[in-house]
Design a protein around this ligand. Sequence first.
Ligand code: NAD
Length: 284
Amino acid sequence: MTLPFQIDLSGRVAVITGGGGVLCAEFGRALASCGAKVALLDLDGNAAERQAAAIRAQGGTAIGIATNVLERPSLEHAAATVLAHFGPCDLLLNGAGGNNPKGTTSKESYESGDLADPAVSSFFDLDQQAVEFVFKLNFMGTLLPTQVFAQQMLDRPGCAIINMSSMNAFRPLTKIPAYSGAKAAISNFTQWLAVHFADAGIRVNAIAPGFFETAQNQTLLIDQVSGKYTERAEKIIAHTPMRRFGITDDLLGTLLWLASPQASGFVNGIVVPVDGGFSAYSGV
Ligand code: NAD
């Protein structure tokens, strides 16, 4: 990890949901490098603790807490643990999120006969529970942690919330209607919260990463047999003016900027694309 610049977060407390995952573990390392006391919350408590231990090994301050962002008692336990170890939360990064294969169509567009073809997973085969799971994980998994941790931020200067949106919130991506809709809800909720909490002194913004190769999208981007990019991955690259996938370091400048009250103290309610130009490109 290479920090693009340093901000001073000494004495500040950062809570990161999904902190055992690829992007958010790196966010934790970046914030800890700037002096924050970092709590990594994840359904996978072992991953959270492993990543926290890595931060401690580098001289940072971090704890991992097994937490389910969809269960209020679990979040309240995490909030009490953070308060006891570090004090009140100054920065909440809502990173837990993801898709479900059963909320995904196998083709980009419907073709005649797909409804009757058992080999095709069409719009009509989308699994209700999977779609509900994706909406719940991304939207409720952002709303509930905010209800719990924003209570620790009220009327304390310099507090901020950063949500994780996505490219597909601007324009839906083919095949993944549930994830696209859920991330659009995150962008909308980010604006709503920014307005709602403005008088309480909490800034709320979101990062919309473009395409990053992570565990979550491996099967969509890499052919599991040949190990080469799938047709979809090639298409993404072709529609990304900078002609590459993102690396986690690409997100750190935006993270630190939005986290710093000195750098972005009057920035509130925005969704920042970090996408190599994908969202700006019309395709011709
Ligand atoms: P990841 O799958 O590596 O990490 C997500 C983490 O969330 C995992 O560690 C998982 O255990 C945790 N999690 C899942 N359900 C949970 C729950 N109920 N409670 C607590 N934790 C739970 O994903 P990532 O690629 O690092 O993505 C992080 C965020 O960025 C997600 O919100 C994702 O949707 C978003 N995002 C990722 C990309 C990308 O290209 N990777 C692009 C746009 C947006």
